[in-house]
Design a protein around this ligand. Structure first.
Ligand SMILES: O=C(O)c1ccccc1N[C@@H]1O[C@H](COP(=O)(O)O)[C@@H](O)[C@H]1O
Length: 219
């Protein structure tokens, strides 16, 4: 499948320091992701999220990643980070996604875990209520995290699938495979976390720059 003519849009997720946030911004990331999920090695407190989001204001869209948040956490996260997009990476139902979007007044991106083509059956119900869909590799049942595991899925599953505009691809992407992923899927936006790290939670400026360049067709 051919990739779209417009430049690939890139999200760098799991940023937790000023230095790596700056690296993502200087590399030209379209979205910067802040993970608020205590089990994650990329977890940032809401105070940290607020400070990082403030630095990114006007330079990239700020994404707060939450996993099955309750209403109190949602309110606190929105108040602290003023996100441009809320990424829901848990088992939120379509009804809950709609409620979160209405309650917060913020655009919402819903992650859908993909292991086989049958997982795409969940997509239409979420397309109806979310602003964006994120297709990520489905986490194994015993995984500590529902995402951010550096696992990819078989992109051929997406061949011929009707994907909504704005769909984002993630799961095990890195500078070495992102061009292939884009060429195979035709998706115009990608999200990466583990693939730009030297260890879980430790982002690497050089890998961030290489990933953005590779996603945009550089070598
Ligand atoms: O990054 C995390 O720690 C994380 C925690 C909980 C849910 C999702 C998380 N990250 C998201 O997972 C995908 C894939 O990441 P990776 O590149 O395979 O490591 C990505 O969309 C992240 O936003």
């Amino acid at each position: 499948m051919a990739s779209s003519a417009s430049p690939t849009r890139v999200k760098i997720c799991g940023l937790s320091t000023e230095a790596t946030l700056t690296a993502a911004l200087e590399a030209g990331a379209d979205w910067i992701g802040l993970v608020h999920f205590p089990r994650s090695p990329r977890h940032v407190s809401l105070a940290q999220a607020a400070a990082l989001a403030a630095r990114a204001r006007g330079r990239a869209e700020r994404v707060v990643l939450l996993v099955d948040p309750d209403d109190a956490l949602l309110a606190a996260a929105v108040e602290a980070a003023d996100p441009d997009l809320i990424q829901l990476h848990g088992s939120e139902s379509p009804e809950r996604v709609a409620a979160i979007r209405a309650r917060t007044g913020r655009p919402v991106m819903k992650a859908i875990g993909v292991a086989t083509s049958t997982d795409l059956a969940a997509m239409p119900a979420y397309v109806a209520v979310a602003d964006r869909i994120l297709l990520d590799a489905k986490a194994p049942p015993d995984a500590a995290l529902p995402g951010g595991n550096g696992r990819r899925f078989d992109w051929e599953i997406l061949r011929g699938a009707a994907l909504p505009a704005g769909t984002m691809l993630s799961g095990g992407l890195d500078a070495g495979n992102v061009a292939d992923a884009l060429a195979r899927t035709g998706i115009g936006a990608v999200d990466v976390s583990s693939g730009v790290e030297t260890a879980p939670g430790v982002k690497d400026p050089a890998r961030i720059a290489a990933f953005v360049a590779a996603a945009r067709g550089g070598r």
